[in-house]
Design a protein around this ligand. Structure first.
Ligand SMILES: [Mn+2]
Length: 196
C-alpha cells in the first residue's frame, strides 16, 4: 500500500496552518493551534483514529477562533485526501456510534471523492467553555469538503456540550479509522466506476 502520508502548509492573511499526517500511524499528536479546547478535540481525533496528526496553526485569535478552526479543517481535509492517493484497497465506508456519558454521536463516512455534509446536532447554549460551539460544525464542514468525502454527523441526544463535542470527534475518529483501513479481501479501488 506504500506510504500513506501527507504534509500541507497553507498561509493566508488570517492564518498559517501546517498539517502532517500518517494514516498508518498509532494516534500520536501534539496539536498547537493556540485554542486549548480545539487542541483537546484534535488530540482525540488522532488518538481514536490511529492517525498520526501533527497540526500547528497561528491564526488571528485576536479576532476570534473562527478562521483558525475553519482553516485547520481545510488543510486537514486536503492532507487526508492527498494521503489516500488513489484509495486503492481501502474500506471506503466508515461508521461509528460513540457514547460520552449522557451524549451519543453517530457518524457515517464515505470517502467517495464527492463532498457532502450533514450535521444534525443541537448544542445546549452557544459556547463550550469559552469556545464557540458553532465552530464544531465549521470545522467538520471544511474537513468534509476538502477531503472530498460524505460526512454525516447526528447527535440524537446529549445535554453537556463538552460531552457532545467529544462524542462527535471520537465517533468521527472511529469512522475514519475504519474508512481508511485496508480491506484484506479487496486490493482494488472500491468502486464500480474504477476510481474514487
Ligand atoms: Mn474532555
Amino acid at each position: 500500500m506504500g506510504n500513506r502520508t501527507a504534509e500541507i502548509s497553507r498561509a493566508t492573511k488570517e492564518t498559517r496552518v501546517r498539517v502532517a499526517l500518517d494514516l498508518d500511524g498509532s494516534g500520536k499528536s501534539a496539536p498547537k493551534t493556540g485554542v486549548g479546547f480545539f487542541d483537546h478535540m484534535l488530540d482525540l481525533l488522532a488518538r481514536h483514529s490511529l492517525i498520526d496528526l501533527d497540526v500547528s496553526a497561528e491564526g488571528d485569535l485576536q479576532v476570534d477562533a473562527h478562521h483558525t478552526v475553519e482553516d485547520v479543517g481545510i488543510v486537514l481535509g486536503q492532507a487526508l485526501e492527498k494521503a489516500l492517493g488513489e484509495k486503492r484497497g481501502i474500506q471506503r465506508y466508515g461508521w461509528a456510534i460513540v457514547p460520552m456519558d449522557e451524549s451519543l454521536a453517530q457518524v457515517a463516512i464515505d470517502l467517495s471523492g464527492r463532498p457532502a455534509f450533514v450535521f444534525r446536532v443541537e448544542f445546549k447554549g452557544e459556547t463550550i467553555g469559552n469556545f464557540p460551539a458553532e465552530l464544531i460544525e465549521e470545522f467538520f464542514k471544511a474537513l468534509a469538503v476538502n477531503a472530498k468525502m460524505n460526512l454525516h454527523v447526528f447527535v440524537p441526544y446529549g445535554s453537556n456540550n463538552h460531552h457532545i463535542s467529544e462524542a462527535i470527534f471520537k465517533a468521527t475518529a472511529r469512522a475514519l479509522r475504519l474508512a481508511v483501513s485496508q480491506d484484506p479481501r479487496n486490493s482494488d479501488v472500491p468502486s464500480t466506476k474504477g476510481s474514487l
